[in-house]
Write a new protein. Structure first.
Length: 414
């Protein structure tokens, strides 16, 4: 495994006489870290005998995964607490503390079902939901109104609207996550499923299944067409969430696919598009099987099984605090992430900050997960490489998907 050099920034929340110290590792997207520090200050007042040190991880979820895998496999007790993507639990389960006996302590019944199910591996619970998310389409309300367009419901409508407005305004039509990393896989599943296709059904590879193959090819071909026709900039093949967000927030794109965190940043008082944007569901593919599909996202908090009993007990207190309803509401309205608790999501304070949450509630309930497998990292890698080759070169989508199908079958021993 590649070795990564990580710069660790330590923020200590210290009260004299502390009895236990734990480390918490987090990625650095948006305002998440800033708000976490504020929450840890509140935590230190409630638990003055627990000292928390924060380790900054890189923005890329793929790099975060590799770093955490290295720490856990080496038997390192640090970090004690860390956030895990919703597709990591099956792989990391052997290294994580089982929280199944703490079901009532963490009030699991209040979390969205998708979030709760994502941290269950067999009869174990290996994390506590912290943030739920789903892919969504951001759009410039002012520009759609200016040129007389409705909010697009299909990919074809988005294509036509983006082409017209972008040419007249001199900006990009549609930005999304096209770099070769996990974010691309999220986008791929949304395109494929919205076209009526599928890549993996349960434990079965269906990329080249007659029921899905032509739809899968059409979806990947459309992704490439967006770039070739200038609807999306050529640079989209290097974009992660933040690159797309910065372009859109700067007023340089009509549409953007992203997660909920981008809302609060795009509506900041210094944002050029403040008050000019709307959010809606992912567009549908062509009839008769086209539908809207949002990839389930989100993060949970887990505990390192290499930690001491004293550290594990302190970690549970920290996680219970951060995932409480009050802290979920606080986090959401201050950093733009979506609460994993239904009661926090529907809290009047949350809905006032994010009016579109009410409209998107059913989307979160129905968001579709990526494949659940201890081999998910390898599965994701194969999908990333295959689709990125199509986007970045002239490789034929049909040939590429047949190769992907064979590679996935070999990987999953089918």
């Amino acid at each position: 495994m590649r070795k990564f050099l990580v710069v660790v920034f330590v923020c200590m929340f210290f009260v004299s006489g502390f009895s236990v110290k734990i480390t918490m590792a987090m990625g650095t997207t948006g305002k998440v870290m800033e708000v976490l520090y504020e929450q840890l200050e509140l935590f230190s007042k409630e638990y003055p005998n627990i000292q928390v040190e924060v380790m900054h991880l890189p923005e890329s979820s793929t790099t975060q995964h590799d770093l955490l895998a290295t720490y856990l496999a080496s038997g390192n007790p640090d970090p004690v607490v860390f956030s895990i993507d919703c597709i990591w639990p099956a792989e990391f389960e052997p290294f994580l503390v089982d929280l199944s006996k703490d079901y009532e302590y963490f009030e699991f019944e209040d979390f969205f079902e998708g979030s709760s199910s994502s941290v269950k591996v067999g009869d174990k619970i290996v994390g506590v939901p912290w943030v739920i998310d789903a892919g969504m389409l951001y759009y410039r309300k002012d520009l759609l109104d200016k040129y007389g367009y409705d909010v697009p419901e299909t990919w074809d409508e988005l294509y036509q609207t983006a082409k017209d407005i972008s040419s007249k305004e001199g900006i990009h039509g549609f930005v999304w996550q096209g770099a070769r990393y996990e974010g691309l896989v999220c986008d791929v599943f949304e395109f494929v499923r919205s076209f009526g296709g599928e890549l993996i059904d349960g434990e079965t590879v269906v990329v080249d299944d007659p029921q899905y193959f032509n739809k899968n090819v059409a979806a990947i071909t459309f992704m490439k067409k967006l770039i070739d026709d200038g609807i999306s900039p050529r640079g989209v093949i290097t974009h992660m969430e933040e690159e797309a967000r910065r372009i859109f927030q700067n007023g340089d794109a009509v549409f953007m696919r992203n997660w909920s965190y981008a809302w609060i940043l795009a509506n900041d008082e210094n944002s050029p598009v403040q008050g000019k944007i709307g959010v809606t569901t992912i567009p549908k593919g062509p009839e008769p099987d086209g539908r809207s599909s949002s990839t389930l996202g989100g993060w949970s908090l887990a505990i390192n099984g290499n930690a001491s009993d004293e550290q594990i007990d302190a970690a549970k207190k920290l996680i219970r605090f951060l995932t409480s309803k009050e802290q979920q509401v606080y986090k959401s309205i201050n950093d733009g992430t979506t609460p994993a608790r239904k009661s926090a999501y529907l809290d009047p304070r949350t809905l006032e900050a994010f009016p579109f949450f009410e409209e998107m509630y059913e989307v979160y309930l129905a968001a579709e997960p990526r494949p659940v497998s201890p081999l998910y990292t390898e599965i994701s890698y194969e999908i990333q490489v295959a689709v990125h080759q199509v986007l970045a070169s002239n490789k034929n989508p049909e040939v590429t998907l047949k190769e992907l199908s064979n590679n996935l079958r070999n990987l999953m021993s089918y």
